[in-house]
Ligand binder design. Structure first.
Ligand SMILES: Nc1ncnc2c1ncn2[C@@H]1O[C@H](COP(=O)(O)OP(=O)(O)OP(=O)(O)O)[C@@H](O)[C@H]1O
Ligand SMILES: [Mg+2]
Length: 256
């Protein structure tokens, strides 16, 4: 029996498909350094990309005055989609005019933003906090216009102390002069204090829930813990639920 036909090129992430029949010479450039799960870049027309844009729009609406905002993104447990949400939300914010967005990988326990954007992990946040490297040497520009990244940097043992230090609050204040949106990726909130500690020092916290995976009691417990720590929980992003036809969806709910 013949092998099944490969999927049409238009369905493969990173493929260059002529959008118009007969326009074979037209080449669509796709950035292969950026992880294919950053769908805002690789599948901008997809339903999931649209959901990230809805999330962005809701977020922007909460900040009508257009003030610089530092936000932390977390979830109860490991693997709920925090890092992918940070990357897509940042890319979606960069679709707006005059975007100045900085992603900071504050998941010093399991960093992933450098890999997602195809840049080196070091130097980064930990190196800046420990005074090994000046900030301007650690921030890298990505291939997405308007989007900069401060990777996690060197491995440290005291990540929660670093994130809760006065130095961290000063750094956030200083960065607001240069960036409109500062998005922090963080470790999961139940096993580690990092997200709650940092979350209490930023303007707001976005909470990710993997619908079919996260036990409800854990999710509720983590939210309670974050609120008790003084975090301003702005909203919840529901990641990875499946619709009836099996397609993966992601969408936003108001916080309450
Ligand atoms: N919206 C989504 N829909 C479906 N799958 C998703 C979604 N977001 C992330 N994933 C998948 O879930 C897995 C974990 O994603 P990610 O690394 O972003 O999670 P995380 O919460 O940052 O994990 P960790 O706690 O280990 O840092 C990945 O395989 C990713 O492809
Ligand atoms: Mg992560």
């Amino acid at each position: 029996m013949a092998d099944p036909a490969p999927p049409p090129a238009s369905r493969r992430p990173g493929s260059a498909t002529p959008p118009i029949a007969g326009a074979e010479e037209l080449v669509v450039l796709v950035d292969r350094t950026i992880d294919p799960r950053v769908v805002i870049v690789h599948e901008p027309q997809s339903g999931v990309a649209e959901q990230y844009r809805t999330f962005r729009t809701n977020l922007v609406a909460l900040n009508a005055a257009g003030q610089p905002r530092a936000l932390a993104i977390t979830s109860a447990i490991k693997g709920e989609g925090k890092s992918i949400t940070v990357a897509n939300l940042a890319a979606a914010l960069c679709e707006l005019p005059d975007a100045r967005v900085l992603v900071i990988d504050a998941d010093l326990r399991g960093p992933s933003q450098a890999k997602l954007f195809g840049v080196p992990r070091e130097p980064g946040l930990a190196d800046v906090m420990l005074d090994y490297v000046p900030l301007e040497k650690a921030v890298v520009t990505t291939t997405i216009p308007g989007l900069s990244l401060l990777p996690a940097g060197r491995a440290v043992r005291n990540s929660s102390e670093l994130l809760g230090s006065t130095r961290m609050s000063d750094l956030i204040g200083a960065l607001k002069a240069d960036y409109q949106w500062i998005l922090f990726d963080t470790p999961p909130a139940l096993p580690f204090a990092d997200a709650a500690t940092l979350g209490a020092r930023v303007d707001g916290l976005l909470y990710v829930v993997r619908l079919e995976q996260t036990p409800r009691d854990q999710s509720t417990r983590a939210l309670e813990l974050l609120r008790n720590a003084g975090c301003n929980v702005l909203g919840t992003f529901l990641a990875g639920s499946r619709s009836d036809d099996g397609t993966v969806r992601a969408y936003v709910l108001p916080d309450d």
